[in-house]
Ligand binder design. Structure first.
Ligand SMILES: NC(=O)c1ccc[n+]([C@@H]2O[C@H](COP(=O)([O-])OP(=O)(O)OC[C@H]3O[C@@H](n4cnc5c(N)ncnc54)[C@H](OP(=O)(O)O)[C@@H]3O)[C@@H](O)[C@H]2O)c1
Length: 171
């Protein structure tokens, strides 16, 4: 692919994957703040935690952005922010790939069917968990959470508030 074509696609992917959730959240914010049980649910990816699909550097980076953005939003928004962290799920997400079925069980035995994925995330969602993995993503999310001192499960709330309210390193 020519650099110009790559950059055009990359810019579009970054724009959609970051601006989409950001604009939606901010446009609905005043409405959501007026509701007692409002929740913003962002869908990131295991690839935003551990970029092991080296063919998707831009996608992986947008999902890492969504992960950190969501964590940092939790305090200032005053609205619950949940992050769903899917592993490979057998949807039609890869419809533009050479093999659009490379995320189906026939090509990848560790893929979750949509039903399996929904069954796994339903309980933690109902329990009020804030960062929810499925399949191989469960241990990945857990390891990240332990490494980050509980950031994904809400223990960073005080630290995040302090950082946003008092310190601006400009980085
Ligand atoms: N499937 C996986 O293995 C997997 C793994 C990790 C994370 N995820 C994430 O899960 C989320 C849902 O994906 P999915 O697997 O359910 O795939 P999907 O079935 O292809 O759903 C993607 C959705 O995004 C919409 N969309 C695509 N391009 C868009 C654009 N330019 N502007 C606005 N909407 C657009 C599509 O709308 P139309 O139907 O109208 O085209 C579709 O509803 C995505 O954020 C994806 O990154 C998926």
């Amino acid at each position: 692919m020519a650099p110009e074509e790559f950059l055009e696609k990359a810019d579009q992917e970054i724009y959609i994957n970051t601006h989409g959730p950001m604009h939606l959240a901010l446009h609905f914010l005043s409405h959501l703040r007026a509701k007692p049980h409002a929740v913003i649910i962002n869908v990131s990816s295991v690839l935003g935690f551990a970029p092991f699909a080296l063919t998707n550097p831009v996608y992986d980076a947008t999902k890492a952005w969504l992960h950190f953005w969501g964590i940092n939003l939790r305090v200032p928004l005053e609205v619950k922010v949940v992050e769903i962290v899917p592993p490979t799920v057998a949807t039609d997400l890869h419809r533009e790939r050479e093999d659009p079925d490379d995320n189906k069980k026939s090509s990848n035995p560790s893929t979750l069917s949509v039903d399996e994925f929904i069954a796994e995330i339903s309980k933690p969602l109902e329990n009020g968990d804030e960062t929810i993995g499925a399949g191989m993503g469960v241990s990945l999310v857990h390891q990240w959470d332990v490494f980050m001192g509980g950031a994904s499960s809400g223990n960073l709330h005080l630290g995040a508030a302090t950082t946003i309210g008092v310190v601006d390193h400009g980085t």
